[in-house]
Design a protein around this ligand. Structure first.
Ligand code: SAH
Length: 248
């Protein structure tokens, strides 16, 4: 996938591909990443890209000209059909389903706002807006970096078998099951026997049950959206009877 991120702070945005999985995605060639400095598209010698808001009030607005030029340059550099996404608190909430859909795109241009946001007249150049959540950041960079991280781990060949994304929270509609590593006994807390049994069918059943239980306890709203099968309903009942009386 090709990504071009337009920002006033390209050196900051680039940090997302300097470590961990996004870095691996770049190194493996699964991700081509470019951070584009919006100031290079300023039409003044002062490299300004913002101006006062018509109608008055505090806060500056990002001028349409430099944004349009930066988007055009990003599209030319990418060379294939690319969707343009503006990071905005008014956008579609960033869910795993949305991340999966975007990660399947061949190319994206991400626009990071600052100040009061973008001049409204660039709207026709933008395919849609994406939000990190119902709060206001001072800039779109962190939201873009979160999106890049979440997409990078879904790109083909980026996560190894051990790191497969399939069982992760939200991918199945449920939260993930608990994980344990060595030592087998730590501060009087043992690893559940079933995980040491080597019985893969039993382990899968236990994990499904824990995932259903965790989702029921922590995010009942997710469970309500799922049509759960009779087997799952049975597993959940089993989980609840095993955990009745426990504080959560
Ligand atoms: N006046 C705008 C907020 C501007 S905040 C409004 O109330 O809608 C400045 C920039 O930060 C925005 O242009 C956007 O790019 C980014 N931003 C702020 N909150 C965000 C969020 N929740 N998700 C994604 N980007 C956000």
């Amino acid at each position: 996938m090709k990504l071009d991120v337009v920002s006033l702070f390209p050196a900051f945005v680039e940090q997302v591909v300097k470590v961990g999985i996004p870095r691996k995605a770049v190194e493996s060639g699964a991700l081509q990443f470019h951070a584009r400095d919006l100031r290079n598209y300023s039409d003044g010698a002062d490299r300004r890209v913002d101006d006062r808001s018509y109608g008055g009030g505090p806060g500056m607005v990002m001028e349409p000209g430099p944004l349009a030029d930066a988007i055009a340059a990003a599209k030319t550099a990418i060379g294939v059909e690319a969707k343009v996404i503006a990071l905005s608190p008014q956008g579609l909430p960033m869910t795993q389903a949305l991340v999966e859909q975007l990660a399947a795109e061949p190319a994206l241009v991400l626009i990071c706002g600052r100040y009061e946001g973008l001049d409204e007249r660039v709207t026709p150049l933008i395919d849609f807006e994406v939000s990190l959540g119902d709060f206001v950041l001072s800039g779109g960079e962190l939201a873009a970096m979160v999106l890049v991280d979440a997409m990078a781990r879904l790109l083909p060949g980026v996560l190894g078998h051990e790191g497969s994304a399939e069982a992760d929270s939200f991918s199945t509609g449920l939260l993930d099951h608990p994980h344990y590593t060595r030592p087998p006994l730590w501060r009087d807390a043992p690893v559940p026997d079933v995980l040491l049994s080597g019985d893969h069918a039993k382990i899968a059943r236990w994990r499904r049950k824990q995932a259903l239980g965790a989702t029921f306890l922590k995010r009942p709203d997710l469970l309500e959206k799922l049509q759960i099968s009779r087997t799952d309903a049975e597993l959940l009942r089993e989980f609840l009877s095993e955990h009745s009386g426990e504080k959560n």
